[in-house]
Design a protein around this ligand. Structure first.
Ligand code: TXA
Ligand code: MG
Length: 339
């Protein structure tokens, strides 16, 4: 049975108590963060964490992020906190930043996928923080079946997990809509492993130049450091195609593609920042923040409406646009049309 707790109007202490008890009993609780919903379990309970992998269908070598609510928890998880990590934590936590650090012995192997590092983040969401404070550090991947778009609404979690986990906290729509930025601070040079809700430009203002792991750009090399990068991601059932290039050209190309696919008898959905004539249309908004917030929802909704093909308009790769384009290209399996 799944208990759904409504907290759309804010933190409810009784609900938090119920959810925290589930976590402490080794059960699974989905909860909102400012990025996407997480599927949580006690990070230090190996058996509980194993259940996350089973529920998601997630490969065991793809490690989880451990969520904390207080800086003092960091010492329980990380063996060493380098200077850059301290600076970034002071500046951006709580917030959409995950740091990979040398791991402490007491973090179970299942949580870290057997690596000697641990990924840690302090989420900026009152429900997430209350849940962690009332229980323990919580390991949580995004609360979607492995390979599906991440959930930005409790309905998405219900679609994927109702009846299969003990508890879902409904906190309404998540604010940022793409997952946290992941940066590796366990080796000599700070390295970006995943662009996300905290723009890289902001990080570089604090610690200077950051290397970008080649897999971020879709090159399938040296994936050992972030095993997650080698797996299929964010894919709805429909075939996704991203159109990138100059604005006018993109507009013309998308219109052309819609006609071609429809002529082939396919149902076509478009997700874009301006209106298009297609079988189904999802308006992503106009700012990069709006596009980030709507991205995963658009993929899930167009899929539900039963389209065969989703044509997505690319946006500029700056600020949150870096994360948006990273997720879109993956969702498209790198089917990119240059206009
Ligand atoms: O915003 C987010 O980060 C959300 C919310 C729930 O906090 N969580 C999330 O978790 O997106 P997940 O599991 O979907 O993505 C975690 C990413 C994966 O790409 C994983 O490979 C990487 O972080 N990761 C985790 N631990 C790592 C480690 N020790 N070394 C390298 N990469 C790691
Ligand atoms: Mg995920």
């Amino acid at each position: 049975m799944t208990v759904v707790i409504n907290m759309r109007d804010g933190v409810d202490e009784r609900g938090i108590k119920i959810a925290a008890r589930f976590i402490l009993e080794g059960k699974l609780v989905a909860f909102p963060t400012e990025t996407v919903y997480g599927l949580g379990a006690d990070a230090l309970n190996a058996r509980a964490v194993r259940r996350i992998f089973e529920a998601k269908g997630r490969p065991a070598d793809n490690p989880l992020i451990v969520h904390i609510a207080d800086f003092s928890d960091l010492g329980r998880l990380a063996r060493d906190v380098p200077r850059e990590a301290r600076l970034l934590a002071e500046r951006f936590w709580p917030g959409p930043l995950t740091m990979v650090l040398p791991r402490n012995e007491n973090v179970p192997d299942v949580t870290t996928g057997g690596l000697d590092t641990v990924a840690v983040r302090m989420p900026a969401h009152p429900i997430a923080l209350a849940l962690i404070r009332a229980s323990t550090p919580v390991a949580a991947p995004s609360a979607n079946i492995s390979g599906k778009p991440s959930p930005t609404l409790a309905e998405h979690v219900i679609d994927d997990f109702y009846g299969r986990i003990e508890c879902i906290i409904d906190g309404g729509e998540t604010k940022i809509g793409v997952e946290s930025t992941v940066i590796d601070l366990s080796s000599e040079r700070p390295t970006l492993l995943r662009p996300g809700g905290l723009p890289l430009e902001e990080i570089e203002k604090v610690i200077g130049g950051v290397e970008i792991h080649p897999a971020v750009r879709g090159k399938l090399v040296d994936v050992a450091r972030s095993p997650g990068m080698k797996y299929k991601h964010y894919s709805p059932n429909a075939r996704v195609i991203v159109v990138e290039g100059k604005r006018e050209n993109v507009r013309r190309k998308i219109t052309e593609l819609v006609h071609e696919y429809r002529a082939d008898g396919l149902t076509v959905g478009v997700m874009a920042t301006e209106e298009y004539d297609a079988d189904e249309f999802f308006h992503l908004g106009s700012t990069e923040e709006e596009v980030a917030r709507n991205l995963f929802r658009a993929l899930r909704e167009l899929d539900k409406r039963g389209v065969d093909v989703i044509i997505a308009e690319g946006i500029e790769e700056k600020g949150l646009g870096f994360a948006v384009m990273n997720r879109l290209r993956k969702a498209a399996g790198y089917r990119i049309v240059w206009a």
